[in-house]
Design a protein around this ligand. Structure first.
Ligand code: NAD
Length: 332
């Protein structure tokens, strides 16, 4: 190892983790990536990549060995379809990952630790309307997250606060609001709404069948934040002295129907939206970025249209390749 600051990115085989590894390498850090899988869409830029199951304490000790700063992103997660149907698995796996990673980092003397939480910690009763009031950090209490995924995030947030109070560890906690971009899961059941929408529209374009299925009436609302803003925000928070949870997202809210229209326009096609039964999550959600601006003097700036244009082009290419492969297999 060199004398550069040594950072660990857990979940480095995943969507945000793989982008963060590249970003941190470009900033001049020595980076160790850890995951149970290698990145699916291209080699990792990490100086060292270890395949480790972080539910196990001894693996967490090995992952954090010699590390100065930890970015903890590993999680068993996916979009609404996955989160709303795997409560026990998510709560069990993510609790083990986060309990062990944080404590192993303390044991190995890591100086800073950033935990990646989620807007899913916010109470369901504040998100029952499509025209929802943007969520401030303090709205997380009294607590009533919708899913086990959010409950675990809330407990791990508290763990970070207590590790600072009791052990003096410098901990940071970020609450992401729907991060999207290229090189993220786009099929298979764990994909999130923007990737799923890009895949459906790309498939409609390729096949000429304009029907695009949308879960529910499509009027549920969200804000979406592009990946380059996400990694910049994570880094800025790590470098700050702010130890409380902080929102990281865009504060422009759109409905899922509007999201579909934007993607269709980027693709240059007309679509027929077909509303079907499916998990929708909360009715409305948006980020209040007042504290983000105060603390970091910065906020995400890539527009939804700009971010989706890049994401769509990448997913369209994945869909075309997968379609071509299945055609050639069928004709072989
Ligand atoms: P992702 O699923 O692409 O990445 C998570 C990675 O963790 C995966 O590569 C997975 O293999 C790995 N992992 C799972 N179990 C593991 C284990 N036992 N040991 C080691 N690695 C394990 O998800 P992402 O979108 O990159 O999310 C990164 C973090 O941000 C997660 O903690 C997630 O909960 C949080 N988050 C993401 C979003 C979003 O919109 N993407 C929103 C809120 C919070």
């Amino acid at each position: 190892m060199s004398d550069k600051t040594k950072v660990l990115v857990t979940g480095a085989g995943g969507f945000i983790g793989s982008h963060l590894v590249t970003f941190l390498r470009e900033k001049g850090y020595w980076v160790r990536g850890v995951d149970i899988k290698y990145p699916e869409f291209g080699a990792s830029d990490a100086d060292e990549f270890k395949l480790l199951d972080l539910r196990r304490w001894e693996n967490c000790l090995s992952a954090t060995d010699g590390i100065d700063e930890v970015y903890a992103l590993a999680a068993d997660m996916g979009g609404m379809g996955f989160i709303s149907s795997h409560h026990a698995q998510i709560l069990y796996n993510n609790s083990l990952i986060n309990l062990h990673t944080l404590d192993a980092a303390r044991e190995n003397g890591a100086k800073r630790y950033l935990y990646t939480s989620s807007a899913c910690v916010y109470p369901e009763f504040l998100q029952e309307d499509t025209n929802v009031t943007p969520l401030k950090e303090e709205d997380a209490y009294p607590a009533m997250p919708q899913d086990a995924y959010g409950w675990e995030k809330l407990v791990s947030e508290r763990l970070c606060l207590h590790y600072h109070e009791d052990y003096g560890m410098e901990t940071r906690t970020v609450r992401f609001h729907n991060i999207f971009g290229e090189k993220g899961t786009w099929e298979g059941g764990r994909e999130k709404a923007p990737a799923a929408m890009c895949r459906k529209v790309a498939t409609a374009k390729l096949t000429g069948d304009p029907v695009v299925e949308i879960w529910g009436d499509g009027e549920q609302t969200r804000s979406f934040c592009y990946i380059s803003d996400c990694v910049e925000g994570i880094y800025r928070l790590m470098r700050s002295d702010f130890r409380e949870p902080l929102n990281l997202g865009q504060d422009r809210m759109v409905s899922i129907n509007q999201l579909a229209d934007i993607v269709a326009e980027i693709a240059g096609i007309s679509i027929d939206k077909k509303h079907i039964d499916g998990p929708q999550g909360v009715r409305g959600r948006n980020s209040d970025n007042t504290k983000l601006r105060e603390v970091l003097g910065w906020e995400p700036s890539v527009s939804l249209e700009e971010g989706l244009a890049i994401t769509y082009r990448w997913i369209e290419q994945q869909v075309s390749e997968s379609y071509a492969n299945s055609e050639s297999t069928a004709s072989a």
